[in-house]
Design a protein around this ligand. Structure first.
Ligand SMILES: Cc1cc2nc3c(=O)[nH]c(=O)nc-3n(C[C@H](O)[C@H](O)[C@H](O)COP(=O)(O)OP(=O)(O)OC[C@H]3O[C@@H](n4cnc5c(N)ncnc54)[C@H](O)[C@@H]3O)c2cc1C
Ligand code: FES
Length: 351
């Protein structure tokens, strides 16, 4: 039994009606089983607008994620918890004491800007457990293609770090694009990997010098791309073009894509939303039920927050909601993804 479990057991015998976690949390905010927490150790600049955030998770964190997975990070700003997903840039390691995510501050982006420029060491953040299917099989395929753009390098960096650490580098063709030479995240580490591992070949495209590297230029730069299993992460148009190319080649099952964003172009009328029996809120038609529920203090389930993983699905007990991606309406009795839907009139969620 770990020291934390022991402490919880003793506390549970001594503390009624308060829960043992209430007492352990008084001693150290990272000691709680109800919600994973972490403390910011360092925010290390990578480029002018990107930084690696080093987080020490609380006791009980297992450090056994798969390279390529992401975590949810909750940051309290002005009394409200704001959640976003970030790929872990650190590889899994049972000896580790910290995890890292690498964040690019988006222009006008609320939380990314705060993480890169405003997060002080010592800040306590909330953590959602690692998840995601953008991972390598074990053992990795003999021939791999990585195509990454901008901050899309992060999940692939965790994979590369793990392959290098295990000295298991297969035949990897990696094409990475960044807007300018100064904005290449992990540029010198990638070059060093190329020098240390002859089977890893890197092509860095600088858009300002050579223009955008589209899927046609990618496939001519890597002529044997059809023979390689591909992992691709970057801006939405790049992912769309890759999906089309691999589909036309009949190779969809060899393509793995990680999306950082989803387009919510539709809007709904909004309405009065009841979350279970306890909380209610008036939400406008652009606010997702997930964000609205969190703002009302509801412990909403979530994963990617982008309509991909289905962790946020709850039954719609009454009323109508609208999918903000395509305008599709859901009616009572159906199960809905709260991260991409908004109220289309008054409704009740079974949560
Ligand atoms: C699985 C997964 C993994 C991810 N991994 C990473 C990662 O490793 N690194 C990383 O940097 N990001 C990653 N992301 C993206 C991340 O979760 C956030 O979406 C991103 O950091 C932007 O958050 P934000 O709060 O800054 O932006 P938000 O404030 O939520 O804004 C979202 C977008 O809208 C734009 N926007 C906001 N306000 C305005 C406005 N007034 N006018 C015009 N445009 C506006 C912003 O520029 C931004 O592009 C990942 C996402 C997912 C789903
Ligand atoms: S949180 Fe992943 S689909 Fe909603």
């Amino acid at each position: 039994m770990s020291a934390t479990d022991l402490l919880r057991n003793v506390a549970s015998k001594l503390t009624t009606p308060l829960l043992p976690d209430d007492y352990t949390r008084l001693l150290n905010p990272l000691w709680t089983a109800r919600q994973n927490h972490g403390v910011i150790v360092e925010v290390r600049p990578e480029t002018a607008d990107a930084a690696t955030v080093v987080i020490k998770p609380g006791w009980g964190w297992r450090f056994d994620h798969q390279a390529g997975q992401y975590v949810g990070i909750g940051v309290q700003i002005d009394g409200r918890w704001h959640w976003r997903s970030y790929s872990l840039s650190s590889p899994p390691s049972r000896d580790a004491e910290t995890i890292t995510v690498t964040v690019k501050a988006m222009p006008e982006g609320f939380l990314s800007t705060h993480l890169v420029r405003g997060l002080a060491p010592g800040t306590v953040v909330r953590l959602a457990l690692p998840q995601g299917e953008f991972v390598l099989p074990s053992p990795p395929p003999a021939k791999l293609l990585f195509w990454t753009g901008g901050s899309g390098i992060t999940p692939v960096m965790a994979m590369l770090r793990q392959l290098a650490r295990r000295d298991e580098m297969p035949d990897v063709a990696h094409v990475h694009s960044a807007p300018t030479r100064d904005s290449v995240i992990f540029g010198s580490e990638l070059e060093a990997l190329g020098e240390a591992h002859p089977s890893y070949s890197l092509l860095t495209n600088i858009d300002a010098e050579s223009g955008l590297l589209d899927v046609e230029r990618l496939t001519s730069a890597v002529p044997d791309w059809r023979e390689r299993e591909a992992w691709i992460c970057g801006p939405a148009p790049m992912l769309k073009s890759a999906e089309r190319k691999w589909r036309e080649a009949g190779l969809t099952e060899r393509l793995h894509i990680e999306r950082f964003s989803t387009e919510l172009s539709s809007s709904a009328s909004g309405g009065h939303v009841t979350f279970g029996t306890l909380k209610e809120a008036d939400l406008d038609g652009a606010t997702t039920l997930l964000e609205g529920g969190e703002a009302a203090g509801v412990n909403m389930p979530f994963g990617c927050r982008m309509g991909i993983c289905h962790t946020c699905v709850v039954p719609l007990k009454k009323g109508r909601v609208k999918d903000l991606r395509d305008g599709h309406e859901y009616v009572e009795g159906q199960r809905i993804q709260t991260c991409v839907t908004a109220a289309a009139g008054d409704c009740i969620l079974d949560i």
